[in-house]
Design a protein around this ligand. Structure first.
Ligand SMILES: C[S@@+](CC[C@H](N)C(=O)[O-])C[C@H]1O[C@@H](n2cnc3c(N)ncnc32)[C@H](O)[C@@H]1O
Length: 533
């Protein structure tokens, strides 16, 4: 049984949930009543607001502590991503020519009889069988164009038959006017709208505009859900209203059943806007802003984008190459790009020499190309890259952080011998990398708890191994306490990750390690006498 179906009071199986926040379960009305005094402080800690610039957004209606669940809700619609290889239309996982069966009614491949009957599959099954002949999918393992229409059809089905869900979908922004100016709109018109109208013979039911609006809704509001392999896309009623910030105060994960779970990544004050990061917080500012503009149609103006130093981290900064200068080069603002597509000159914060933005971009493009071509999966290639480019970039630069992050994960995982096989210097280096990146992530993207949880897990193991090698027996308890503290923090950050994801598995491992550390500490306490527990 999953944690989410346990009674908040007695932990027994529970089927009733709080109708206010849908985040906690009870086995009986008695237990719900008994818990209300406590739970009402947590129930639905936000309200929906609206303004011209953001559309709808959420505001905290009370102070929210780090780690608290802000909301949890099932998807309105879920389905294959627009660009995908063939997947089972019941469970969403990849299928190949050896492990599928065509649905008896419509021909779309599914992986089992159970999946054939899945409610997820009803819309495309009904539309396909109504057209009079089945669909045939015969190529697997690579992107298949017919799947582009499936999630769109699932939304259209709601429009035609299930008006309550459709009303909620219909409220989501589609940015049709902006999309019309893009080449993606024309592509969607031909490969999705025309395909749906012609192949499924739905000209009497939907217009091209209606279908393209659904494409826009999915593009602007779709969440990539990693619970299936490959990930699928889902839209949610309330979570879709969360605004974006690159230094968001909330983060998002999923339950194993596909509900979205939004948690506070920082302490949030009553009246604060609730935000998540729509993009990768470890991309550089220019890439994040372009991505948001191209996929969500706004130029991000968050505090992080507005500060070229990104809170003093110099995450996008190039080293000044003037002799004897130890300064860093950045533009005075990254925001001007939204006005005229051009950035101001990049200027050194020490010697004030400057270069134009094209030149700075050229340097970054060249390094980016080298990173792209760098051999992946070996510590040597990563170390060489860092050694070469620390001369040109700030040590916190996103290219270096990208490689350092990969290196921190590789050390101790390159072979079956684990951390004990890593040399002393490398082990110290791994500890510095994990700690440095965890601190950087906390500053840049405080809501990003998953990555920090992962880094602190690696760090706890590294600290324990260093202690095992170097500490004298008297110091060992203190080292283990330090390792335990890091592990505890990692557990707090990962505790809502579902078991089926790597982060959820890590959480299970972290809990086991916590118990083991306690056993060792207890043994040391007994043998040394005054070791702290
Ligand atoms: C997932 S929707 C969020 C909900 C949406 N505001 C609504 O009314 O349904 C994403 C859209 O919200 C708006 N938005 C979100 N965050 C924003 C931000 N930081 N600045 C400007 N617009 C933003 C943009 O129009 C974006 O395309």
């Amino acid at each position: 049984m999953s944690d989410e179906n346990r009674c908040q009071v007695c932990q027994s199986a529970a089927s009733q949930k709080c109708s206010g926040c849908h985040t906690v379960f009870y086995c009986s009305r008695e237990h719900q009543r008994a818990d209300w005094k406590k739970h009402k402080k947590m129930c639905k800690p936000y309200k929906i607001c609206h303004d011209e610039a953001l559309g709808r957004f959420l505001i905290a209606t009370k102070d929210i502590s780090v780690g608290d669940i802000v909301l949890q809700e099932p998807p309105l619609i879920r389905g294959p991503s627009q660009v995908t290889m063939p997947v089972c239309l019941g469970c969403g996982n990849a299928i190949d020519e050896k492990n599928f069966k065509p649905c008896a009614k419509c021909g779309w491949p599914v992986c089992s009889s159970t999946c054939e009957k899945s409610p997820n599959h009803i819309p495309e099954c009904q539309y396909t069988s109504s057209r009079g002949s089945k669909i045939t999918i015969s190529t697997f393992g690579s992107i298949h164009p017919s799947y582009q229409c499936v999630t769109v059809l699932r939304c259209l089905y709601q429009k035609q038959f299930l008006s309550e869900t459709w009303k909620k979908i219909d409220l989501l922004q589609s940015h049709c006017a902006e999309r019309k100016l893009t080449s993606k709109y024309e592509k969607d018109r031909v490969s999705i709208a025309q395909f749906i109208l012609n192949f499924f013979k739905l000209r009497q039911v939907f217009t091209e505009e209606e279908i393209l609006r659904v494409c826009g809704i999915l593009m602007v509001n779709g969440h990539e859900v990693p619970l299936t392999n490959p990930p699928h896309v889902a839209i949610y009623e309330i979570a879709s209203m969360l605004e974006h910030k690159c230094n968001a105060n909330c983060n998002r994960t999923f339950t194993s059943q596909g509900a979205v779970l939004v948690k506070a990544g920082t302490a949030i004050k009553k009246g604060d806007h609730l935000s998540i990061c729509y993009t990768d917080p470890l991309w550089g500012t220019l890439n994040r802003r372009h991505h948001l503009y191209e996929s969500k149609f706004f130029w991000c103006l968050c505090e992080r984008c507005a500060d070229p130093t990104e809170f003093g981290t110099y995450f996008s900064a190039i080293r000044c190459q003037k002799p004897n200068c130890s300064g860093y080069i950045l533009p005075s603002s990254f925001l001007d790009q939204s006005a005229n597509g051009k950035l101001p000159n990049w200027t050194c914060n020490k010697c004030e020499s400057s270069c134009n933005s094209y030149h700075a971009q050229e340097i970054l493009d060249r390094i980016g190309q080298d990173l792209h071509e760098m051999e992946k999966g070996t510590t040597k290639a990563a170390k060489d890259f860092i050694k070469t480019y620390e001369k040109y970039l700030h040590s916190n630069h996103y290219y270096l952080v990208d490689v350092k992050l990969a290196l921190s994960q590789l050390m101790g995982h390159e072979d079956a011998f684990g951390l004990p096989a890593v040399g002393d210097d490398d082990l110290q280096y791994k500890a510095r990398l994990c700690q440095g990146i965890a601190n950087l992530v906390k500053t840049l993207a405080p809501g990003e708890s998953r990555l920090r949880g992962l880094l602190l897990f690696e760090l706890h193991a590294t600290v324990a191994e260093l202690g095992r090698r170097n500490a004298d027996p008297q110091q060992l308890p203190a080292v283990l306490q330090e390792s335990k503290k890091l592990l505890q923090e990692s557990c707090d950050l990962l505790r809502h990750e579902p078991d089926c994801l790597p982060e959820g598995k890590l959480y299970i491992q972290a809990q086991k390690n916590l118990k083991e550390i306690d056993v060792v500490l207890m043994a040391l306490h007994r043998s040394i006498g005054d070791a702290p527990l």
